[in-house]
Design a protein around this ligand. Structure first.
Ligand code: ADP
Ligand code: MG
Length: 333
């Protein structure tokens, strides 16, 4: 069991358990593509403080993150530059965001860990996630990426680029949709898994499968091809948490908890909930498709694969959630 005295933080020898923290893309950069690098640094600095306090409490930490707003920005940059520079495909943009966000996390988290007197090497890995070419998502793309277009633009892009475009009634515009296939395997995970018995968690904080991992299709053993797709980072987080034998999967987003009756007069924020109950709410459609839904699904699949608990909350509430005081805490029945 964990043992911790405030004065001996640096010498914490017994792990309180391993935690995989999944940072929402929106927790790193406001959506809409705005925001300077300086603002992103400032935002990450606050989150890094929270993550470092987990480490000083004795937890082994693994970090993953989303990339929605960042991919949106790169898509727009490509679009604006396309008369001079060729567009890059989605898998490459995914890899670019792993580098960019991984670097940001390395910078800020390393500093926060030093300040908390629990120095670690923060190691960001370019990660690939295997998907099946037979995944239904490839014939039914449904994940919106990039900006909104007018109907005329949408028609042109459909013809010229072969994009799938859908109308978003709520915002009154058209968007490109790409496939969001299920993650099957995190390629680089095997290496970290093999190293688990060496106790790297006491020295290294890995940052892995950003944006759900770069989607690749395995043509033959060891031969991978990038796919024009995106992977839901919460689904991959469940896979990673299981692969690395994490005890807790903590999903950080921009709301303090999951709710039922979300934004309705009878809204109720969920605290401790058992998996079976959460499953009922999920089937009832209580959680937004493509937002809260995948988090709850990921939580359920992690618990069913042997995980101990799942936390859904925002960065300021994480420490209290870990102590069972706030946030949504999902447990197996
Ligand atoms: P992230 O980048 O963290 O993955 P998402 O936008 O995908 O963020 O998911 C978080 C959002 O889910 C919240 O901002 C909220 O608007 C939305 N949401 C949908 N349904 C619910 C619900 N039942 N309870 C809480 N939040 C919900
Ligand atoms: Mg999301």
């Amino acid at each position: 069991m964990g043992y911790y005295t405030p004065g001996a933080r640096r010498r914490t020898r017994f792990s309180m358990g391993r935690v995989l923290v999944a940072l929402g893309g929106n927790a790193l950069q406001r959506s809409g593509g705005g925001g300077t690098w300086k603002e992103q640094v400032a935002q990450m600095r606050v989150t890094a403080e929270v993550l470092a306090s987990l480490v000083s409490d004795g937890y082994e930490l693994v970090v993953t993150h989303g990339n929605g707003p960042q991919v949106g920005t790169l898509l727009r940059q490509n679009e604006l530059a396309e008369r001079e520079l060729p567009r890059r495909p989605m898998d490459v943009l995914g890899a670019e965001t792993q580098g960019q966000i991984g670097y940001l996390i390395q910078q800020e988290l390393t500093a926060a860990l030093v300040r908390a007197e629990v120095p670690r090497t923060v190691l960001a890995l370019v990660s690939r996630t295997v998907v099946s070419r037979r995944d239904r998502a490839f014939s039914h793309p449904n994940k919106p990426v990039g900006r909104y277009y007018t109907e005329v633009e949408a028609r042109t892009l459909r013809k010229r680029e072969g994009w799938d475009m859908v109308y978003d009634g709520a915002r009154g515009g058209w968007r490109r949709v790409v496939p969001s296939p299920r993650p099957l395997r995190w390629v680089e995970g095997e290496a970290l898994r093999k190293l688990l018995p060496t106790g790297w968690g006491a020295h290294i904080v890995p940052v892995v499968t950003g944006g759900g991992g770069v989607p690749v299709i395995e043509r033959r053993r060891g031969i991978f091809e990038g796919a024009e797709a995106v992977i839901d980072k919460d689904r991959t987080a469940a896979l990673v948490a299981t692969a690395l034998a994490a005890d807790t999967l903590a999903i950080l987003t921009d709301v303090p908890a999951a709710a039922i009756g979300f934004r309705k007069p009878w809204e109720k924020w969920l605290g401790e909930v058992h998996a079976a109950e959460m499953d009922v709410y999920l089937r009832r459609g209580e959680f937004g498709e493509g937002s809260m839904g995948p988090k709850v699904e990921a939580g359920l699949s992690f618990l069913r694969a042997g995980g101990r608990r799942v936390i859904i909350t925002d960065p300021p509430s994480l420490s209290r959630s870990m102590r069972g005081e706030t946030g949504t805490r999902m447990l197996l029945d």
